[in-house]
Design a protein around this ligand. Sequence first.
Ligand code: NAP
Length: 290
Amino acid sequence: MTAVMLDGKTCAADLEENLKSRIKACDVTPHLAVIIVGDDPASHVYVRNKIRSCERLSIKSTHLEFPENTPQIDIEKTIQQLNDDDSLHGILIQSPLPSHMDEESLTDLIDPEKDVDGFHPTNLGRIVQGRLDGMIPCTPAGVMEMLRWGNVELSGKKAVVIGRSFNVGMSQSLLLAAKGSDATVTIVHSRTKDVQQECLAADIIIAAVGRPEMVQPSWVKEGAVVIDVGINRVEDATRERGWRLAGDVHPDVANIASIMSPVPGGVGPMTVAMLMANTVTAAERFSQRK
Ligand code: NAP
């Protein structure tokens, strides 16, 4: 079997087309503020990609860059100002923050209506309640959109999510199990006894571990759907830059799975597209409240 590849770029482009008409119909220009602290090169690439997406969609973006040694209180004050600024609808803090900062308490300060990452406890709590009309974390929301786009049936299927981070694995598990999606979900983590056996029982595997190519072909049931969330840099002397991107799933899984998502070009573009979708939703809600 050779898996059909879910092309995240095409799926994201379809989503953007739909967003363009929502933006046109909205009587405010959606506006996203991105806070970045420090010099992490990968974070700067991610922020550039997000700003480029904003430009493509005519979403206004404000990029706030702070040096590595910025005191936490300065970021707290910035968040308060952004919360109070009616001209902007979304606030995102690019992760990771420098080690002297408490990311959780900064996230708690963001107005949940402007929390386009969906990481505020109010928004995460809403998912537990089955209220899926709020700000849903972009990566798991992107995976759900991709599965819908690929016509993957979820109801009654056995899904295994590898990883239980609040931003990816745990939220993903809740979304798959939610009413309407109706998968039967197993959450696998670093203390799980036999990850391979859990995966072999799955109709759908979502890998969000951060371990390059961990999911091997021998872990996958013939015809399973495999979504690879992982983004890992691995050394590769054959590349000019000395490294390449690898997912959490071995590429040979494509010989066993029926549907698979590639890395790069799978979940990554969907994450950015869902950030744009959350920003547009936040602007629409602001305009309705006015
Ligand atoms: P994370 O916070 O480090 O969480 C990793 C999870 O994997 C943890 O729950 C951990 O278990 C589990 N784990 C680690 N080793 C394991 C093992 N050997 N067997 C089973 N489970 C294991 O990472 P994350 O933020 O969720 O991200 C996961 C991956 O997705 C990373 O590669 C990241 O770069 C990528 N990512 C991609 C996007 C995108 O847009 N495509 C967005 C976000 C993240 P414990 O809880 O027990 O420690």
